[in-house]
Design a protein around this ligand. Sequence first.
Ligand code: IMP
Ligand code: MG
Length: 196
Amino acid sequence: MAGPDPSSVLSLLKGQAVEEKNLLYSKEMIDRRVKALAGSISRDFEGREVVLIGVLNGAFIFLADLVRYLKIPHTIDFVRLASYGSGSVSSGSITVTKDVERNIRGKDVVIVEDIIDTGVSIAFLQERLEKRCPSSIKVCALIDKKQRRERVVKADYVGFALDEGFIVGYGLDFDERFRHLPEIYVIKEGDCDYTV
Ligand code: IMP
Ligand code: MG
């Protein structure tokens, strides 16, 4: 069944936080980068099998698209971290609300994250997974937002580098909203008062 027409979704939101003029990455741009990332991962791990660990909730759409372009055997698992409360300001402390279930000992792991901001979440997750003795851990982030970085973390595969701004769509949320948008938009904080 066809999903909602994205243009009608956008018109629903028009005049609210998300407007066409705030479009940052179109569907086509995202698709090109996701395909390229899958190509790099497929080349780097040729002849091997990887465990992809998607960080919920934000990475669910990115991971779903990424795996369909992968050309290597892989398995998928998820972890859910709670770091942001309501709104766009990090609470600073991370809790695991759903843990990785697969045994990753001796495996090549690729963490799939929607966006790296302060780096606190990914540093926390990397340290936690290291203790389970994988053969390697790489990080694949759709967006690397460097300006507010607090921890030294390096993403091995990056879709887009962004200086600043709070963005939504393609899995990224503001207070759990806007994840469904096929494109990525910059939103103005304090401008998110629509209800559906
Ligand atoms: P970090 O721990 O500060 O790197 O935060 C990473 C998490 O914060 C991401 O997985 C996102 O869920 C969320 N986040 C950071 N920046 C944005 C943004 O611009 N839009 C939506 N979510 C964001
Ligand atoms: Mg989030």
